[in-house]
Design a protein around this ligand. Structure first.
Ligand code: HEC
Ligand code: HEC
Length: 435
């Protein structure tokens, strides 16, 4: 049952308002529920709005805010108009827009080609996953990013790219490389990677929509042996409860990865410990820079990890819309999935990954080892399949090598010699669309 949002919010408000202390509650069970409620709402705040101090990197060091503002607003270059922002996949939270802005938007009275309007949206905290910091003269002085940048979309209820937030959905429209590539000062990144700025720009341009390379700053590998980009698809951050290891290559638990990302990718201020990064053969850059041993004087990340973890585990995979798959075919596909096609030997329902150690060698799934070799275990993690329908853009498997579900099934059919008929493959695809 879905608890209407306002009722949930009122409950949290009332319960927090009367100052009930979870540890001193007269009912242990009740106290646990209040604690969970509060943690989830705190985790949501973090997921959506916490920059962990990363504006020091994206703004102060790289100067991304200058490119967003544009020369006309105290920055550099043409600036980023709302139209450009939407075109690179950034999303606008319609609930953050006051009625007057909503009216102007509907009436076509907002100039979507004016970067000053983007600044207004940032002042309203309406750009999903991006926070603008303004000085006393109301000029953009820095910019920071959040988890929601890559792991939230909106429902497009207002207009394409504008609507209510859907936390946990992978933003496969987002061109992270194009956005970072706007930054006027990429020298620090070039220095870290030991290349020139032109190379950094070429690498960022090679990613394309829906992709990011979380291992680039560890090993400096920007391209695969076949010359294609080494970036991986942004996965969803929902449906993860019960799943042991996370990321495409199973780096660790949700909270391991949260600490990893907040420190090493977002460049927030915190503490991170992972001595596996001292392996100078596998991770030459990380080992040299001591990325497995990060400390901050003012740790803004560690105190947020608990609630952030619980929030992600609370994000259920959304159900597919009615009519988006053929129910009869899906029912036949389910029987195949759990039988002849052997899918459930790894994708164990209802979590659709192995309870326990959910990792496989590249040979076991019949693909190359490039990406697996960029992670500590040299393996791929069995991807949990719920909500697949939300991230069909960009393809399937870590690098999107299979454009359609049909292609994925054909791969397994060949690799495992399943002998599936054309009709059986179609039924299996309908089942995957129903998850
Ligand atoms: C710039 C885009 C970006 C940002 C910002 C980002 N992530 Fe991710 N996230 C990714 C990518 C790409 C992966 C896959 C990494 C891999 O497998 O190497 C990923 C993986 C994950 C996973 C693993 C999902 C699974 O299927 O196991 C979780 C959980 C996650 N991110 C949560 C977060 C949280 C929480 C934050 C904020 C602290 C965050 N991410 C910030 C891009 C991003
Ligand atoms: C030996 C274990 C194993 C078996 C058997 C298996 N899978 Fe997978 N599956 C994996 C792994 C590991 C991945 C992640 C691959 C990657 O990261 O590139 C995956 C990924 C997928 C994906 C892509 C998910 C995404 O988010 O892109 C789909 C879809 C999928 N499997 C469906 C199936 C179907 C259908 C079957 C049965 C025909 C099947 N799998 C059998 C281990 C398995």
């Amino acid at each position: 049952m879905k608890l209407p949002r306002h009722i949930a919010m009122i409950s949290i408000g009332l319960l927090s308002g009367i100052g009930m202390d979870a540890s001193a509650g007269d009912s242990h069970d009740f106290a646990t529920e209040i604690h969970a409620f509060r943690q989830i709402s705190e985790g949501r705040q973090t997921f959506r709005y916490a920059t962990f101090g990363d504006e020091e990197f994206w703004g102060d060091v790289l100067g991304l805010h200058l490119a967003i503002a544009g020369a006309a607003n105290g920055g550099v270059g043409p600036g980023v108009s709302p139209r450009t922002a939407l075109a690179v996949g950034l999303k606008v939270d319609s609930e953050a827009l006051p009625k007057r802005v909503q009216r102007a938007l509907r009436a076509g009275a907002l100039n979507l080609d004016d970067p000053a309007v983007t600044l207004d949206l940032l002042r309203l905290n309406a750009v999903v996953g991006v926070t603008g910091f303004f000085d006393d003269a109301n000029r953009l002085r820095s910019v920071g990013i959040q988890c929601a940048l890559c792991h939230s979309v909106v429902d497009d209820s207002f207009a394409p790219g504008i609507g209510q937030r859907r936390d946990g959905w992978a933003n496969r429209d987002l061109n992270v490389g194009a956005i970072i590539g706007l930054a006027p000062r990429l020298e620090p990144v070039a220095q870290l990677l030991g290349v020139d700025v032109a190379t950094v720009r070429a690498v960022l341009a090679s990613w394309g929509p829906g992709k990011f390379d979380a291992e680039l700053f560890l090993d400096g590998k920007a391209f695969r042996p076949d010359g294609r980009s080494a970036a991986t698809l942004i996965p969803p951050a929902f449906g993860l409860a019960g799943v042991n290891l996370h990321t495409w290559t199973g780096w660790g638990s949700v909270t391991h990865w949260n600490a990893f990302v907040a420190n090493l990718e977002m460049h927030g201020k915190g503490t991170f410990y992972d001595p596996r990064l001292d392996d100078a053969t596998k991770f030459p850059i990380a080992a040299r820079e001591g990325f497995g041993h990060i400390t901050a004087t003012e740790d803004q990340i560690t105190p947020a990890l608990g609630a952030l973890h619980l929030y992600q585990l609370a994000l259920a995979a959304p159900r597919p819309p009615r009519g988006s798959y053929n129910a009869n075919a899906a029912a036949r596909g389910k029987t195949l999935f759990n039988g002849k096609a052997e899918c459930s030997t790894c994708h164990v329902p209802p979590i659709f990954t192995e309870p326990g150690y959910n990792m496989h060698t590249p040979e076991e799934i019949g693909i190359d080892s490039f990406q697996a070799d960029r992670a500590p275990d040299g393996r791929y993690r069995t991807a949990p399949l719920k909500g697949l329908w939300t991230h069909t853009r960009g393809g399937f498997y870590h690098d999107g090598r299979f454009a359609t579900l049909g292609d994925v099934i054909a791969h397994y059919d060949g690799t495992f010699g399943l002998g599936l008929s054309a009709g059986e493959k179609r039924d299996l695809a309908e089942y995957l669309k129903s998850l």
